[in-house]
Ligand binder design. Structure first.
Ligand code: ZN
Ligand code: ZN
Length: 163
């Protein structure tokens, strides 16, 4: 659907974005990551790049024949990404690195979506603490991800994966 105003300018309604905003309002309260660090302590929040209204988390990726960088939404449960360099492929697994120092992110457990998929951990404190971190799958398109806020959550992830 397109709409023309009386001065002839074209307006493309942001239907998709509106739906999404509504859906988020209906959902439970979501957490926003405001601090995120690589295993060596580099700050990886990118204040230059907003995704859905908040500065994103910048991550470098590498797989056979491809490397680049993306910024992923800092909103819990939102996996919107902006690719800055290179290409992400649906269903492909990438090794994830700090964009500043090149250190690989720690892996917590395997994700069941694909053979060899990993849940990668990103710390919310400069010194990695598994009780204060987020985790998400390193396969593009997999929506497996969670906030880890306590040892219980970590155990839950392990138990869930062991089933
Ligand atoms: Zn780093
Ligand atoms: Zn996965």
């Amino acid at each position: 659907m397109t709409i023309y105003t009386n001065n002839g300018r074209l307006i493309i309604p942001l239907v998709k974005r509106k739906k999404k905003a509504q859906k988020m309002d209906e959902d439970k309260v979501r957490y926003i990551v405001t601090k995120a660090y690589c295993p060596k302590g580099c700050n990886i929040i990118d204040h230059e790049i907003d995704i859905n209204g908040f500065p994103g988390i910048r991550i470098a990726f590498k797989r056979d024949g491809m490397e680049g960088e993306f910024v992923v939404s800092a909103i819990e449960g939102d996996f919107d990404k902006k690719v800055l360099r290179g290409e992400l492929t649906e269903g492909a697994k990438d090794e994830l690195y700090c964009p500043h120092c090149g250190t690989a992110f720690e892996k917590l457990v395997n994700c069941k979506c694909t053979d060899g998929a990993d849940m990668v951990v990103i710390g919310l404190t400069p010194k990695l603490n598994f009780n204060n971190a987020i985790t998400f799958c390193n396969v593009t398109g997999c929506s497996n991800g969670a906030f880890i806020k306590s040892g219980d959550a970590l155990m839950h992830v392990r138990l869930h994966e062991a089933l």
